[in-house]
Ligand binder design. Structure first.
Ligand SMILES: NC(=O)c1ccc[n+]([C@@H]2O[C@H](COP(=O)([O-])OP(=O)(O)OC[C@H]3O[C@@H](n4cnc5c(N)ncnc54)[C@H](O)[C@@H]3O)[C@@H](O)[C@H]2O)c1
Length: 432
C-alpha cells in the first residue's frame, strides 16, 4: 500500500521504517521541518535501536519520502496513519488538539483528492474520541463511502520499538461497527489482529497501560515493604511470577463480583496494617479494600436501579463450590437489600445451614440470623414468579433456570455468563 504517516516522533518514525521493510511505500508528514529533513536523508529523527538501518534501506529502495505538506501526502497515498502526540493538559485531561488538527487537514485533502482513502488512528485516545473526531471532521466522507476509519492502537515500547512493531505483544483493530475489515487491511493490521469496535479498541489501549502501571506500582510497593522488613523482595517477586496458574494468568482478570472470602480481605488488611506500623506508605495496597467497597456500592446501585421489589440471589457464598460465607459480598448485598425492604430469596445448593460450624456459622448468626427463612432448597421456589435474579455464581444449570423463569424476571449478569442471554426473560447485558 501507499501510506502516509502523520507525526514522525517515536511511533511515527518507527512505523515508517517498519512499514517500508514490509514493502509499503511511505510518505512521512510532520510540522517539524527538521524531522522531515532527517527522514528524507534516511536518518532517524529519534534514537531507537535498529531504526537507522531500516530508514537507510528504505531510502535506497526509494520507499520513503517525507514532507510538511498534507495535501501532497494524501494525493499520493491510499491510507494515512495518525501518530501525532496526545499529551496531558495541565489539569490532566487528554489534549487532542494535534489529532484534531491533523484529522481536519486530512479530511480536507481527501475531499480535494476525490478518491477513496483510509484514515487509521494510532495515537492513544480515550474511548469515544474516534467517533467524535469523525463526526466533527469527516461525517460527509464516511457517509459517501469515500473514507474508511480505523482505530489501531500501538503497543510498542521505546528502546525495543522496532522489534515490538514487527512482533507486537497484541494486535487490535477497531472498526465503526466491529466488522472485520477487507483482506487488504487485515494484511496491514496483521491477520491475527482482533477486530472490535472503535470504543473497545480505544479502551484496550488504556486498560493495557493502566495494567502495566499497576504491575510496576505493585512490585515497587512490595519492594518498599520488603526493604523495611529486610526481605529480598526481588526473590519474593520472582517466586510470585513462578505461579502461572493464579498470578501470571487470566485468572482474576475479569470484571465480576467484588472480592471476598476468608483470605483476601483479611490478608490485605493485615499487610496494610503491617506497613503502617513500619511507617511505610503503600497507596496502591491501601486502596484495594476501598476500591472493592466501591465495586459493591456500584452493584447495589445497579440492583436498585432495576426497580424490582423481589430479588433472587443465585449463590450466597463468596465463590462457587464452597459454603464459606466469611466476608462474602453477597451476604453484604442481601443484608443491604433486606434493610431497604426488598423481598429476598436465596438459592445456593452448596449451603447447608445445619452443617455450618465455627466462624462460618458466626457470619450467619451475627449478620443474617434469619437466613434460613430466605434460603430455598428448590430452584423454582427461589425464582418465584417475578423479580431480579442476581447471578453471582453458576450454581444452577441453564436448563433448570429456563424451566422456571418467567417474562417477569430480569437477569443481572455479574460475571459474564454467556448462556444467561438464552433465558426467556429480560437480560440487560453483562453488568460491568
Ligand atoms: N512513545 C511510545 O512509546 C508510544 C507507544 C504507544 C503509543 N504511543 C502513542 O502514540 C502517539 C504518538 O506518540 P509519540 O511518542 O510518537 O509522540 P511524539 O511527540 O514523539 O511525536 C509526535 C509527532 O507529531 C508531530 N505533529 C504534531 N502535530 C502535527 C501535525 N499537525 N501534522 C503532522 N505532525 C504533527 C510532532 O511534531 C511530533 O513529531 C501518542 O498518542 C502516544 O500516546 C506512544
Amino acid at each position: 500500500m501507499k501510506i502516509s504517516i502523520f507525526g514522525l516522533g517515536y511511533v511515527g518514525a518507527v512505523t515508517a521504517g517498519c512499514l517500508t521493510r514490509q514493502g509499503h511505500a511511505v510518505v512521512g508528514v510532520d510540522v517539524a521541518a527538521q524531522k522531515v529533513e532527517a527522514l528524507n536523508q534516511g536518518k532517524p529523527p529519534i534514537i531507537e535501536p535498529g531504526l537507522e538501518d531500516l530508514l537507510q534501506q528504505a531510502k535506497k529502495n526509494n520507499l520513503l519520502k517525507a514532507t510538511t505538506n498534507t495535501t501532497q501526502a494524501i494525493a499520493v497515498t491510499d491510507a494515512s496513519l495518525v501518530c501525532v502526540g496526545t499529551p496531558s493538559s495541565p489539569a490532566g485531561a487528554l489534549d487532542l488538539h494535534f489529532v484534531r488538527q491533523v484529522t481536519d487537514e486530512i479530511a480536507q485533502a481527501v475531499r480535494a483528492k476525490g478518491q477513496n482513502h483510509a484514515l487509521i488512528f494510532r495515537s492513544t485516545m480515550l474511548p469515544g474520541s474516534t467517533l467524535r473526531l469523525t463526526t466533527e471532521f469527516c461525517g460527509d466522507l464516511i457517509a459517501s463511502g469515500k473514507l474508511q476509519v480505523f482505530y489501531y492502537p500501538e503497543f510498542l515500547r521505546e528502546g525495543t520499538a522496532v522489534e515490538d512493531f514487527l512482533q507486537p505483544s497484541l494486535a487490535v483493530v477497531g472498526t465503526r461497527d466491529g466488522q472485520k475489515p477487507s483482506a487488504e487491511f487485515m494484511q496491514l493490521f496483521g491477520e491475527t489482529a482482533s477486530v472490535v469496535n472503535w470504543n473497545t479498541a480505544e479502551m484496550v489501549k488504556y486498560a493495557c497501560n493502566a495494567f502495566h502501571a499497576a504491575k510496576i506500582t505493585f512490585a515497587n510497593e512490595i519492594g518498599r515493604l520488603g526493604k523495611q522488613l529486610q526481605i529480598d523482595s526481588a526473590a519474593v517477586m520472582a517466586l510470585l511470577c513462578q505461579d502461572k496458574k493464579l498470578n501470571l494468568s487470566p485468572y482474576y482478570l475479569r470484571p465480576g463480583n467484588p472480592f471476598g472470602g476468608s483470605c483476601l480481605p483479611k490478608d490485605v488488611r493485615a499487610i496494610n496494617h503491617c506497613a503502617r506500623q513500619e511507617g511505610i506508605t503503600l497507596p496502591m495496597l491501601e486502596n484495594l479494600l476501598p476500591s472493592n467497597e466501591q465495586h459493591l456500592r456500584s452493584l447495589l446501585r445497579i440492583i436498585e436501579k432495576s426497580g424490582h421489589e423481589e430479588i433472587v440471589i443465585l449463590g450466597l457464598s463468596f465463590k462457587s463450590n464452597t459454603d464459606d460465607l466469611r466476608e462474602s459480598p453477597m451476604v453484604e448485598v442481601a443484608q443491604n437489600l433486606l434493610g431497604k425492604g426488598h423481598k429476598v430469596r436465596i438459592y445456593d445448593p452448596q449451603l447447608n445451614l445445619a452443617q455450618l460450624i465455627g466462624s462460618n456459622k458466626r457470619v450467619i448468626d451475627t449478620k443474617m440470623p434469619h437466613l434460613a427463612s430466605l434460603l430455598q432448597n428448590d430452584l423454582a421456589a427461589a425464582l418465584g414468579q417475578a423479580g431480579l435474579i442476581i447471578a453471582a455464581q453458576r450454581c444452577a444449570a441453564i436448563s433448570d433456570l429456563t424451566k422456571s423463569i418467567t417474562t417477569r424476571h430480569q437477569v443481572l449478569d455479574i460475571n459474564g455468563w454467556p448462556e444467561l442471554k438464552q433465558l426467556p426473560c429480560q437480560y440487560e447485558g453483562f453488568c460491568w
